[in-house]
Unconditional design. Sequence first.
Lengths: 372, 339
Amino acid sequence: MTVLLLSAAALVVQLFLFLCVGSIVMKIRGRQAYALSQAALTGYFVWFGLFEVICLICEISLLPLRTLSLIMAAAAGAAILLGLFAGYRSWIEAMNSLRYRLSLHGITFVFLMLALAASVAFVILYSDASADSGWYVGEASTALATNTIGRFDPSTGTATFRFQARYALNCFPYHNAVICSLLRGLPVIVQARSVMSAINMIMSFLAVYALGLSLFPDEEEKRAKIRSIRNRPGSYSRRRADLFVMMVFVINLLSSTIYMPGIFLYMRSYEGKALIVNVVIPAVLAVGVRMWHEMEEDPMRNLFWIMAAAVCFSASSIMALLLSLMIVLPLIAVRGKWNRLIPLICACSPVLAWGIVYYMIQHGMIVLRTWR
Amino acid sequence: MSGITLKEHGLTFVWACLKEYLGASWPFALIFAVGIAAAILLPHIRRKKEAELEIVDAKEYVPGTYEDSPGPDASSAAWMFLSIVIFCALTVMNPFLVRILIPRLGMTTVYYRFFWILPITFGAAAWLTRAVGSLRKKAIQAILFALICAGLAFLIPLNPGLKNLRIPTNVYKTDGAVPVLCDSIHKDYEQTAAYQKAVDKLSRTTDRSSKKWLKRKAKEYPLCVFPYGIEFAVRQYDPTIRLLFNRNLRLFYEGNTSTGIAYNQKHKRYMRRKHILDAMYGRDPELTEEAFKKAMKKTKTQYLIVEEQLANGGFLVRAGCTQVGVTAGYTIFRYDQNL
């Protein structure tokens, strides 16, 4: 019972933390009216981007996990306080307009919520004893048990004397160890495979929904010869985005091979690479579509945080980098917007920096030892 | 990707990987491609028809209906998808480039990840949404959506994860035997001299950042071999158990070559471990007690856990193992390294 209560607390606290971080970002960007789901998704990327930096510093400095946990606890506390201060007016506004905003959705929204609930329930119930789960969950449980960060082989428990570039530079698994270190009594296996899986599923739906909003902007309806006079501003986009999420849900249910995104979403949602394909890639596509539609206000800033979080999630963040380049470079070339080149490089800098360090470690130019 | 190598497929490697990646889900790729073509071509066809002037009654005029709209349409997303496909074809999916690039990056076994860049899922979903949304009546939209879902479900098999769902019996979502076995091993190990010695040594090492501390910390935990079915769940539940086999070694022993790593008789590290598992299950009749003992000593293995009905108990006991107990359908053997 205690574990179940702690799991519920971990779920609520982490989602609230992401909302608070997102609200701070919105405040900094000068936005007053925004959807709470959008703020939570932004906060999720920003939080994991920051976590990557802090955790990597602690890992290389051989600091104990407990120290990292205390730093993150202080950061989370500050983020929640600042988020409350920065976002409470917008939250109240969002809650007051909830009925109106719900009325902008169609009946599909009900099915979407059911699909989300079913997906979350599925990942909470689904058990997986694969070699990969042994590695990624083992990484967090080993960190917690030994009070170290990345200094023991997660699959065997033996000491390692050099950090492996492929795993040590992507700190997502240690986030689970930090949460369990702060919420004492919550087993890592529960946090990683149930709580975090549920959060990741929610974030995946939010990222796909954001992509849907980008693919079907309200402005598109103006082109249609026949419009429904019942449609209010925002209604077209939301209804199409709801339908789009349902379509993605159906396609994911019918992912027939072990390589497709749907498999990673439902069977391996605790893994960083599942987040790359199901959260990061739709988020990058959403930014890209808005850039192609010339609707994005600050595409590079969003892209930067998505990239930073991608580095935290997995070494497969290289896919997010390639996708960003494939989306933005043709746009720059065709429309002659060469001034976007430097912001693009800056936005991709987290993955580029990771790539350089990875290359240097792999080729022996840098040796990262787990001891002094 | 499993079974697909550059050596064997050469220039057809990418195509072979794409077929393996999509499997029976190929209709999504078809929808994605057709959608791109339609979204790019249809506006051009329609524009020709719209070129003729229309006479509109002022009363029927709706602002924004007849003006040139600067807003986005489906074709800009289609162009974006197309640019991704072309870029992929020229770079990471270029058969000539892949032959050089992929082995250097060490990504032959995980090449499928490059297909994630192709937004097949999201592209197909976007075009299906557009198809359903293009209908005026909600009821007809609902019917088309249901027909699409039924059609796809008829053509494409279900996500294997959904078929494999088993309601867990505990909050850890592991085999119920794992917690019981881990507890039994700890209970027994903590009474041994090896444990007392390890704890004593660790307490004398104060510098936590030293190499010595790392080694001694690891030795505080018992080194075990578990059955394949529960091996990967053990350290997720209890990281204070050490395992003799790492991921790649164990997968290879069980016949899984998806890691792309192969071991043979020259790999002493693998062979010693193989001897231990062969002895546990009686898989190698030619294996001698001496070879087994040597492997146990070299690897410093302390506990062997075997399914009760599969255990090669007689051999293990003769070779110096002590049966600690039978728990949750598994037999636990301890090997005293001082023998």
